[in-house]
Write a protein that binds this ligand. Structure first.
Ligand code: ATP
Ligand code: MG
Ligand code: MG
Length: 370
């Protein structure tokens, strides 16, 4: 069977490896961590830095196709791999998603709205009238996730001080919008003719980290269809190959604004593991191999609850999983991480029920008893 390669061995790499192995492929994971969650499921674990020339050469020479699971992978390494083997998404698309300035410019170029923002590449860029972006959020252009690298600011002085505090690195100052809801749409694109989009998830965050996804999102069907359409047009504009997640804000007037994209399966798509005809990791395998995307039909309303290290006991003991085992409509997924830390994504569980509201009620009750 063909070997598939993945840059990154976190939980997304782990779920990718499970899908790929189930579908009959072999898997090589590149990750410097000997305890990487994906390593247990890999045929080959290249335990080396992401820029290790020998490891990249091995990937290029032994893999029929290579993908990535983490956003901060070196885009140049992906471009280099693409000279020898099939790489998706492309290094170019990954580079866009890694830089909020390029990302927002591309979203606007595709004809889609973002929050009003100011790109700040150097200190001169912030010496303008900032009032259109205030109150706002200053976000580092690179390397931010789970709300890290973000500062809320209300006045021009605060914004300039926060920029200086971030060491003068490239940032965007984004106007704080009044959000009614947040939703995401995940699209799988192999070519213009071969695209499939998952049902829209409604996402709620706690402390900047995804907490719960509710599917179908409790929004008008036309609005959900419009989010799916926008995700597809963005994938098209980027000539994207692979799984692309698009996060949206829903504003008070029911308009949609694109927040950001992720060039990979997404935490808000973990519900697909239980509740869709094809899951997002199977789609990643299909897209990287140039196969048709699978059908994305939702089999049941579903709620996904993230399990952060915070639910582990003080002494490091695991939560009481029995309550989940005893719920026949719940599925637990653990990522095999040894150390639980506050804010660290350790696993998730999906709850299926007749309606999204019912699934949410049960999911919350289950979480409370852990
Ligand atoms: P992720 O882990 O999803 O990559 P991130 O660190 O890249 O997160 P964002 O998605 O930019 O961060 O923002 C995190 C959260 O902060 C959003 O989901 C939203 O709840 C809130 N937020 C971000 N930007 C805005 C905004 N312009 N107006 C209102 N709320 C915002
Ligand atoms: Mg992000
Ligand atoms: Mg986000």
């Amino acid at each position: 069977p063909s070997m598939l390669g993945i840059l990154g061995g976190g939980q997304l790499g782990r779920m990718f490896a499970v899908a790929a192995k189930t579908m009959g492929y072999r898997v090589t994971v590149l990750d410097p961590d000997s305890n990487a969650p994906a390593a247990q499921f890999a045929d080959v674990h290249l335990c080396a830095p992401f820029n290790d020339a020998a490891a990249l050469k091995t990937l290029a020479q032994t893999c029929a196709a290579v993908t990535t699971e983490f956003e901060n992978v070196n885009a140049d390494a992906m471009r280099e791999l693409a000279r020898t083997t099939r790489v998706s998404p492309s290094g170019d698309c990954v580079a866009i998603a890694q830089d909020r300035i390029a990302e927002k410019a591309w979203i606007n170029k595709a004809g889609l709205p973002t929050a009003p923002y100011l790109a700040i590449e150097s200190v001169e860029d912030i010496q303008v009238d900032l009032t259109p972006y205030l109150p706002g959020i200053l976000k580092t252009a690179r390397l931010g996730y789970d709300g890290k690298g973000q500062v809320r600011v209300s006045t021009p002085d605060e914004a300039r001080a926060a920029y200086a505090n971030l060491g003068g690195q490239a940032c965007v100052l984004e106007k704080m919008l009044d959000l009614k809801l947040e939703v995401s749409a995940i699209v799988t694109r192999v070519s213009a003719a071969q695209m499939a989009v998952f049902p829209v998830a409604e996402n709620s965050h706690k402390n900047g980290i995804l907490d719960v996804s509710i599917v179908p999102a409790r929004i008008a069907p036309a609005l959900a269809a419009s989010a799916q359409q926008m995700a597809q047009s963005l994938a098209e504009a980027l000539d994207y190959v692979g799984v692309l997640a698009v996060e949206f804000f829903v504003l008070a007037d029911d308009s949609l604004v694109v927040n950001e994209i992720a060039p990979r399966p997404h935490n808000s798509g973990h519900y697909t593991l239980t509740a869709c005809l094809t899951d997002q990791f199977q789609q990643q395998v299909r897209a990287m191999c140039g196969l048709l995307p699978g059908r994305t039909d939702l089999l049941s309303p579903v709620v996904m609850v993230n399990l952060l290290g915070d639910v582990w006991k003080e002494d490091g003991r695991e939560p009481n999983w029995d309550v989940l085992a005893e719920a026949p409509n719940a599925q637990l997924h653990l990522y095999g991480k040894k150390q639980a830390r506050p804010g660290r994504k350790m696993g998730h569980f999906n709850v299926m029920a007749a309606t999204a509201d019912e699934a949410l009620e049960q999911a919350e009750a289950l979480k409370d008893t852990l």
